[in-house]
Ligand binder design. Structure first.
Ligand SMILES: NC(=O)N[C@H]1NC(=O)NC1=O
Length: 175
């Protein structure tokens, strides 16, 4: 798919905008639907900033809600081929499709402990980490408070969002 210039983004109807950007925050087309009102965007950074601002102004329950829309890393959905295309690519880039049986078990146990403690899944930008860093990060972050983890998780969602936007919009194009 060819990258879109920002002018094409700015002239999209909200229906097209939601259909194209509806998964830059996983399963949260509400975010794209809200961000459309901020156009015109001067470039991909300003588009990303709007998504970040929307996520940042949510109360803690809304931030947790965004995290709950994310699939577990190397979880049941990943094993059954039920992930979104974006998530499949991201999990593969971290090497999560090549875990040993021991690593799979570790990841599963830590994910379960994390969800049990916080009530939402562990989220990390898989394209910026390899499987070893993901496993150690998961272990380390289990010690944090729920509030810290909601904020940390949303910071990771913003990184994921930025990389997904760069797969859609030409970063050299300006208004
Ligand atoms: N749980 C979790 O972090 N999931 C995500 N991370 C990422 O990079 N893509 C995802 O779907």
């Amino acid at each position: 798919m060819s990258l879109k210039p920002i002018s094409a983004v700015n002239s999209m109807s909200y229906e097209d905008f939601i259909s194209i950007f509806g998964n830059v925050i996983e399963h949260c087309s509400l975010c794209a639907a809200a961000v459309w009102r901020d156009r015109p965007f001067s470039d991909v950074n300003s588009l990303h900033k709007s998504f970040c601002q929307f996520a940042d102004q949510l109360p803690i329950g809304g931030k947790e809600g965004i995290l709950r829309l994310h699939p577990d890393l190397a979880g049941r959905l990943a094993m059954s081929g039920g992930l979104t295309n974006e998530s499949t690519k991201e999990q593969q880039s971290a090497g999560l499709n090549t875990l040993t049986d021991q690593e799979k078990q570790n990841m599963h146990d830590l994910n379960q402990q994390y969800k049990q403690k916080f009530g939402f899944p562990f989220v990390i930008c898989a394209r910026e980490n390899k499987k070893e860093a993901i496993l150690t990060g998961l272990e380390r972050r289990l010690n944090n408070s729920g509030e810290t983890e909601a904020v940390t998780g949303v910071e990771e969602v913003k990184k994921i969002c930025r990389l997904r936007l760069l797969d859609i919009v030409d970063s050299s194009s300006k208004l």
